[in-house]
Design a protein around this ligand. Structure first.
Ligand code: 4NP
Length: 163
């Protein structure tokens, strides 16, 4: 089993979108017995909350169901629980790395390292913006999700693509 965790700030917009989109790809490929997906936020404001309604609505338009997801906070134990911990932006990455134990086996990197169609490195925070921001999050997340699945299929549990 390969375990993948998506991380953003609030766990109500970007990382639950990645969770739903990537899980949908995994199901479509009948890989749910081999790849487990979760998401978390580095902040604690929205613990237990459902995803942002704007994020859920934009995802639903493209056929992704976020209704069962609830926010939780990223914690140091996640480094031992997951094989891949994928941050939406550099701040998320730095906040997580501040909690990292001296030694762990998780690959911790930016999710958009797996993007093929976009040159952006970060998924921008759509929380304070308009609807176009949520569409752009979905465009980035769909592309990087396809890239991630290809990477996992090429070398399950042992992707060294970014060191
Ligand atoms: P997310 O978006 O990190 O993509 O879930 C945010 C959600 C809430 C807040 C910030 C970003 N907030 O400040 O409450």
């Amino acid at each position: 089993m390969t375990k993948v965790l998506f991380v953003c700030l609030g766990n109500i917009c970007r990382s639950p979108t990645a969770h739903a989109v990537f899980e949908s790809l995994v199901r479509n490929e009948a890989l749910q017995g081999q790849i487990e997906v979760d998401s978390a936020g580095t902040g604690d404001w929205h613990i237990g909350h459902a995803p942002d309604k704007r994020a859920s609505a934009a995802a639903a338009q493209r056929g992704y169901d976020m209704s069962t997801l609830r926010a939780r906070q990223f914690c140091a134990e996640d480094f031992g629980r997951f094989d891949y911990i994928l941050a939406m932006d550099e701040n998320n990455l730095a906040d997580m790395q501040a909690l990292a134990p001296a030694s762990h086996r998780a690959q911790v990197k930016l999710f958009l390292d797996y993007s093929t169609r976009f040159s952006e490195r970060e998924v921008p925070d759509p929380y304070y913006g308009g609807d176009a921001g949520f569409e752009h999050v979905l465009d980035l997340v769909e592309d990087a999700s396809r890239g991630l699945l290809r990477a996992l299929q090429a070398s399950p549990g042992d992707d060294e693509s970014n060191g």
